[in-house]
Design a protein around this ligand. Sequence first.
Ligand code: KIV
Length: 276
Amino acid sequence: MKKKVTVPEIIASKGGERVMTMITCYDYTNAKLVDESNIDMILVGDSMGMTMLGYPGTVGVTVDDIIYHTKTVVKGAPNTFVVGDMPFGSYNTDVTDAIRNANRIFAEGGCDCVKLEGGKDMAPVIRAIVKAGIPVCAHIGLTPQTASMLGGFKVQGKSFEAAQQLLDDARAVEEAGAFMVVLEGIPKMVADVITEKISIPTIGIGAGAGCDMQVLVAQDMLGMNAWVPKLAKKYADLRTIILDAYNEFVKESNERSFPDVDHQYNTVIEGIENLK
Ligand code: KIV
């Protein structure tokens, strides 16, 4: 059976042979599947805004939403390291608020660390949460919570100056005590330099194969949506499989070929025709 990785093991994996992997997950049934797989970590991401709650983005997801979904995932995946995402508005007000919300996600959700978006500007918040005893995963580059500030879901770090800023952000979150950092939507060349120059593991999503670890949104990689973003690869076509199954159920129900003799209770009751 898979053994849950620990924070020290994740840190020690940097530069090693094995590339640790992370997938988003928001519910018990899928968590059980991830737990049976070789994936090391689950992110209960605020991408649940789009994948579970039908929002246009991640803004609007609440701490209670994250806790609710994290609890179900933790139950389903006892052997997988679980990261609970801090949603927009839960850590950008003041440090006391940030610690209170991180405490709730960590303690009530039962996850193994929290994740929050932001570089240099969020360093004091990261430092305070780590000091409070909660491991923090940072997230820089394309940060979906502040996508409107970035002009949309756009690749970041595309100039020398912007690349330098990202490296400064990576160093700042490391110095503040984050034990790993997500690099989202940045050129491979920039991600490679950051990965080389900091001593905590980088987790790439749209950041190339040189990152220490890789993360994907499950719905993207399983092909559950008609559209797949460039940064994701479709490893399965569940959308087609699910649609075919739904439509086959409708067809067989209408043909009255389902339920057949194997999918019904065939108890024979004498005199049933005399029921009044
Ligand atoms: O919420 C999320 O799914 C994320 C990933 C894109 C890393 O933050």
